[in-house]
Ligand binder design. Structure first.
Ligand SMILES: Cc1cc2nc3c(=O)[nH]c(=O)nc-3n(C[C@H](O)[C@H](O)[C@H](O)COP(=O)(O)OP(=O)(O)OC[C@H]3O[C@@H](n4cnc5c(N)ncnc54)[C@H](O)[C@@H]3O)c2cc1C
Ligand code: HEM
Length: 396
């Protein structure tokens, strides 16, 4: 899955026991110490904890089963993993709150209600009691209950706030489907009501062929006056949703979209130049960012490095070159594997340390790109990418 910044807890604001009042801490809070002790004990048997957690949840609350995908295979640990990671980083209030608010809003599309949270909390405690036998005691249980209450309250409050102004999901009809290469399609959608988002963000999407299986796709344009949304989808080998979108979807099909998410957006309060790196379909949100800069009438320099395996895989190069012709501030640099890897190609140009950097594409490319840019002197807080919005343990 996706990764996020490593969060450390030292010298940061920490929640008080009720999770509301931030305090300055010199180390992890007492609850965090107990929570981490439990996590250390269950780490070697994580798979069993996950199975038992779902077994408890679905035997005690069979009515919840149908909210989850029929096949709960590779991704089934996402809920529990996020929960445990959030608990581990409970002291890092700003990162965690933003993440959990987004997660709470996103849970509306699953049909999750405030009344469902206690069931998940019980299953969590039940699984921990069984697998953290050695370190479990009353104090530890109280720490977990407080932590889970704080986490779930942030999600519940964010969902309730969102309910006042946004639907739980949007229906979107496919209005055009353009196969650009044998495995990449540009899919254009008409949402059933206005879908507000920012250039550089992504959506979650469910197809009628794989009910309750949601995947992320970036918007390939800045918001358009006609309200249409376009996505670039690459069919990955044996991929459920991507193959359905590329090889099966046709005009007239109706998909479901969750709310927009992602922080890879342009900061219009500065006129700093942009350095963009897009690999494969990762060029889609980069194109949206270029359109966004153009719409704001800015004259900031923008360099786009567009990477793919071969020239043939640079399926959107014509559009990018057309944009380059229109906007004198835009330079587009196509990079194929023959010319070397994208991050290295980027570092051959430069210097980039005065730019805001945006990366989008396969996780490996983003990881290497971030490392290369940091190495080239770009400060971390100027580097934005898709993978920042998920919380995962110890990712760089
Ligand atoms: C923030 C974000 C934005 C994204 N935006 C886009 C986008 O704009 N366009 C787009 O096409 N995709 C995008 N993705 C990826 C997308 O969400 C799906 O992961 C992808 O379409 C595969 O889903 P699937 O259901 O077809 O495959 P799954 O059923 O999830 O996976 C099937 C198999 O393929 C493997 N696999 C998954 N992804 C790849 C890959 N890229 N290359 C090779 N093997 C893979 C899996 O490990 C698994 O073994 C984005 C992902 C994130 C996190
Ligand atoms: C604090 C509590 C919870 C946390 C941290 C959490 C976290 C997550 C995460 C990270 C995912 C992965 C997909 C995504 O990012 O949306 C997920 C999926 C899901 N969650 Fe939660 N969740 C919580 C509570 C609940 C509750 C109470 C319900 C309702 C019963 C629920 C139902 C679901 C469903 C149906 C999915 C989709 C399953 C899938 O895609 O495999 N979650 N959850």
């Amino acid at each position: 899955m996706m990764d996020a910044p490593t969060t450390t807890t030292d010298d940061r604001e920490s929640p008080a026991a009720d999770g509301k009042e931030p305090r300055i801490s010199e180390g992890p809070s007492a609850d965090a110490v107990l929570v981490r002790r439990t996590l250390a004990e269950i780490a070697p048997v994580a798979d069993r904890v996950t199975s038992y957690f779902y077994a408890l949840l679905f035997t005690h609350h069979p009515e919840l089963r149908e909210m989850f995908p029929v096949a709960m295979d590779t991704q089934r640990d996402r809920l529990l993993k996020a929960l445990l990671t959030a608990a581990e980083h409970m002291d890092d209030v700003p990162v965690l709150t933003a993440y959990l608010e987004n997660l709470g809003r996103g849970h509306r599309k699953y049909g999750t209600r405030a009344t469902h949270y206690p069931a998940v909390g019980e299953a969590l405690i039940g699984a921990l009691v069984r697998y953290a036998e050695k370190s479990w005691d009353e104090e530890t249980e109280a720490a977990w209950v407080r932590t889970y209450t704080t986490i779930s309250q942030i999600m519940i409050d964010a969902a309730a706030e969102d309910e006042r102004s946004a639907p739980a999901w949007w229906q979107a009809e496919v209005v055009s489907h353009d196969l650009r290469t044998p495995d990449i399609a540009v899919v254009t959608l008409r949402p059933d009501r206005p879908y507000p988002f920012l250039a550089g963000q992504y959506t979650t999407l469910e197809t009628p062929w794989w009910p309750r299986i949601w995947r992320h796709y970036s918007f390939a344009s800045a918001p358009r006056p006609d309200g249409l949304l376009s996505l670039h989808v690459k069919a990955v080998p044996a991929g459920w949703v991507s193959n359905a979108l590329v090889h099966r979807a046709r005009p007239g099909d109706v998909l479901r979209l969750g709310p927009p998410a992602g922080s890879m957006t342009v900061d219009h309060s500065t006129d700093t130049g942009l350095l963009c790196m897009g690999g494969g379909t990762g060029i889609a949100p980069i194109k949206a960012l270029v359109e966004d800069v153009a719409e704001h009438g800015d004259r900031r320099p923008v360099d786009v490095f567009y990477g793919a395996r071969s020239g043939h895989d640079l399926y959107d190069i014509d559009t990018m070159l057309r944009l380059q012709k229109t906007f004198p501030w835009l330079s587009v640099h196509p990079v194929t594997e023959e010319q070397g890897r994208l991050p290295e190609a980027v570092c051959r140009y430069g210097p980039w340390n005065e730019r805001d950097a945006y990366l989008s594409g396969p996780l490996d490319m983003v990881r290497c790109g971030v490392d290369a840019l940091r190495g080239a002197g770009v400060p971390s807080d100027r580097i934005r990418h898709d993978f920042l919005t998920e919380l995962a343990p110890a990712a760089g």
